[in-house]
Design a protein around this ligand. Structure first.
Ligand code: FES
Length: 152
């Protein structure tokens, strides 16, 4: 979908800035908002580029750099910590051979941290793109990542 098609879905109002940025990001196969996206959004909303850039960098759900096909967001809030998310983070970093905020060499996975995902009852938890996973163990993480690799 072109940027223009996305913009036409919204009134050119500041109230719509987050919706527009979300759509622009979702429309990008690399799950990020490019400089051209920011520029187009700023022009459409008649705002300074710096303002739109500031909004996009304030919210952690937006990325200004290309990401992998599957974005892993491991919950980093206290209930998940208590249930072992720190050791799962170490496990994921080692398994994927990346640090937080990085993308695997095959562009398949990006590893990020998230605040509470709202499923503390099944901590430790993570989200991959729009799907939630709980009661995680290294074995369960292995199975989930393998499934994602196969669905490539
Ligand atoms: S603290 Fe991890 S899902 Fe709520």
């Amino acid at each position: 979908m072109s940027r223009e098609t996305i913009l036409k879905k919204f009134e050119p109002s500041l109230d719509n800035i987050l919706y527009i940025l979300h759509e622009l990001q979702d429309n990008n196969v690399q799950h990020y908002i490019s400089k051209e996206d920011l520029k187009t959004c700023a022009e459409y909303l008649n705002l300074p580029y710096s303002y739109v850039h500031g909004v996009a960098t304030f919210y952690t759900m937006f990325s200004l750099k290309p990401r992998g096909q599957h974005i892993i967001r491991l919950c980093d809030s206290p209930p998940c910590h208590l249930m072992g998310s720190a050791s799962l983070l170490d496990y994921l970093k080692k398994k994927l051979n990346i640090e937080i905020g990085e993308t695997t060499a095959d562009s398949l996975f990006t590893l990020e941290l998230s605040s509470c995902l709202g499923i503390c009852g099944v901590a430790p938890a993570m989200m991959i793109n729009d799907e939630m996973f709980g009661n995680l163990t290294p074995e369960k993480v292995d199975a989930i990542l393998e499934e994602r690799r196969k669905s490539r």
